[in-house]
Design a protein. Structure first.
Length: 203
């Protein structure tokens, strides 16, 4: 997993509350376990009609936001069913951070486990950041180490994050990677157990 330290990128404003995981990545794109290629399904029903024709006006289809690395959204982002494909699709598009007034707990946990940073800021702050993001030609900076978002105007906003989650993101560790950092201790435990309880050791 790629470490998240400091991100400087354009931000796309998605002024919608209660964006659920089925809107982020509809069910027909969940048949794969591959992360690459999921960008084509990101917000599919908001971007395309039933015949697959592009709908006009969706923010991520605006050339100004083609390389957006930050998404600024409304309350309760990522609500609905649990699907790890949601953060995968956002990342495959190039988004590494979502800023919103609140997140659904399952989405937030899935995001953190997959290297996508969810940043909670007050609604008024999010609205102000969306206003600054209009036009797409301005850069936002998200500094995880300092826990600060800096807008194009230079305004800085601090955010909270759980300390263990922060350290895993900075180190680029998912749950498996974190476990592997303790491989020597696990091997030592298994060796000691095989000596003291040989009947527990597989033949």
């Amino acid at each position: 997993m790629t470490p998240f330290t400091t991100l400087t990128a354009r931000a796309a404003p998605l002024d919608m509350d209660n964006v659920d995981t089925d809107q982020i990545i509809p069910k027909q794109f969940l048949k794969t376990t591959e992360r690459a290629g999921l960008a084509k399904g990101l917000f599919y029903d908001l971007r395309f009609d039933a015949e697959g024709r592009a709908k006009p006006g969706f923010v991520l289809d605006d050339p100004c936001y083609a390389k957006a690395g930050v998404l600024i959204a409304g309350d309760n982002f990522g609500c609905g069913s649990s699907r790890e494909h949601a953060p995968w699709a956002l990342q495959d598009f190039g988004i590494r951070c979502v800023i919103a007034p609140s997140f659904a707990d399952i989405f937030r946990n899935n995001a953190l486990q997959n290297g996508l940073l969810p940043v909670v800021l007050p609604r008024k702050t999010c609205e102000a950041l969306m206003a600054e993001a209009l036009g797409g030609n301005h850069l936002f900076t998200v500094d995880l180490e300092r826990q600060v978002v800096t807008s194009p105007s230079g305004a800085a906003f601090t955010f909270e994050i759980d300390a263990p989650a922060k350290q895993k993101l900075l180190a680029g560790l998912d749950a498996i990677g974190e476990t592997l950092t303790k491989a020597d201790a696990i091997d030592a435990f298994e060796a000691a157990q095989s000596q003291s309880q040989p009947w527990m050791t597989p033949a």
